[in-house]
Design a protein. Structure first.
Length: 312
């Protein structure tokens, strides 16, 4: 989450320097705060990112020197990250309030080899229309991300409620604001929701990982997680399967993944009281699954182009 401070045109380092120096940085950066600089430049005269970083840092120092009457900044306090973008000679200066990316909710300090991002999982949960009384199943639970995001949605638990944000340590912001908002988010949790999460994974270490992450997220009591192969899965009536099965990149792994898709087609519901939402990059997924999806949605899992196959 970025605060946009100023936007201006610059095709020379002098214009960049003066543009940054004109910004009221003292409103946000105290005399002891650290203020690192990072950013990018695209299709611009000022194309050297390291040089732009150095100029912006110098301009920030000169601005703050004139306001605080000091010649040296120890930068031992909390970091206030300055970010910049230069696109076609248009410079935009921001402050980063988040620190760690917003997709990191705070419950997944550990993950398996191929985790799905929390934000992508949350988007899939929205498309699957998870409700407070939903039963959500994931027969390939991995580190538990899809099940945990479903629980957070159903119980109205604010994303990121268990993490910290960089701006919480800024000297320019009243800490009471954060305390009040966190309390409001906690008060908004729907503890009466009847949501239940059911997870399976063939790897017992993935089962342990899912339970550990669910505990960190505060929703472990809503989960039933077991070690089992997909062939043993039996989907309950009135439930939603949401899963991210193995993809397979090398030829042998691809054949194994296709065999898994066939097994999924035998045990997963295809609509009615048993819905299924499956994300996969395999263009012939429906053929192996044995049924055409009611709807498909193109998504990217990292850099991998996928489809969300929806059966409802």
């Amino acid at each position: 989450m970025l605060i946009e401070l100023f936007e201006f045109r610059a095709s020379t380092f002098e214009e960049l320097f003066q543009g940054v120096k004109a910004i009221e940085l003292e409103r946000y950066i105290g005399p002891e705060d650290a203020f690192p600089v990072k950013g990018y430049s695209l299709n611009s005269t000022l194309h050297s990112v390291p040089d732009c970083q150095a100029i912006i840092k110098k301009a920030a120092v000169e601005r703050l020197k004139s306001k605080y009457g000091i010649s040296w900044f120890e930068e031992t306090g909390s970091p206030v990250q300055i970010k910049f973008s230069i696109l076609k000679d248009v410079v935009t200066i921001y402050l980063d309030t988040s620190g760690t990316g917003l997709h990191k909710r705070g419950y997944r300090r550990n993950s398996n080899a191929a985790p799905i991002k929390e934000t992508l999982a949350a988007g899939i949960i929205d498309l699957a229309r998870v409700r407070p009384d939903s039963i959500v199943c994931d027969p390939f639970c991995g580190s538990g991300t899809l099940l945990i995001e479903a629980a957070l949605k159903a119980l109205r638990i604010a994303p990121g409620i268990n993490r910290r944000f960089a701006a919480e340590k800024w000297s320019s912001l009243d800490p009471k604001v954060w305390q009040e908002e966190r309390k409001r988010a906690i008060d908004n949790v729907d503890r009466s929701a009847k949501f239940q999460g059911i997870g399976f994974d063939i790897d017992d270490s993935a089962v342990a990982l899912t339970l550990d992450n669910a505990h960190k997220a505060g929703i472990k009591s809503r989960m039933k997680i077991e070690q089992a192969d997909i062939s043993k899965f039996r989907q309950p009536d009135n439930s939603i399967v949401i899963c991210n099965p193995p993809y397979g990149e090398r030829l042998l792994e691809l054949r194994e993944a296709e065999d898994i898709y066939r097994q999924m087609g035998r045990v997963l519901g295809k609509g009615g009281s048993r819905q299924s939402y499956v994300i996969s990059p395999h263009e012939q997924f429906e053929q192996f699954f044995g049924a055409d999806a009611r709807k498909r949605r193109k998504l990217y899992n990292g850099m991998i182009k996928c489809q969300l196959y929806m059966y409802f």
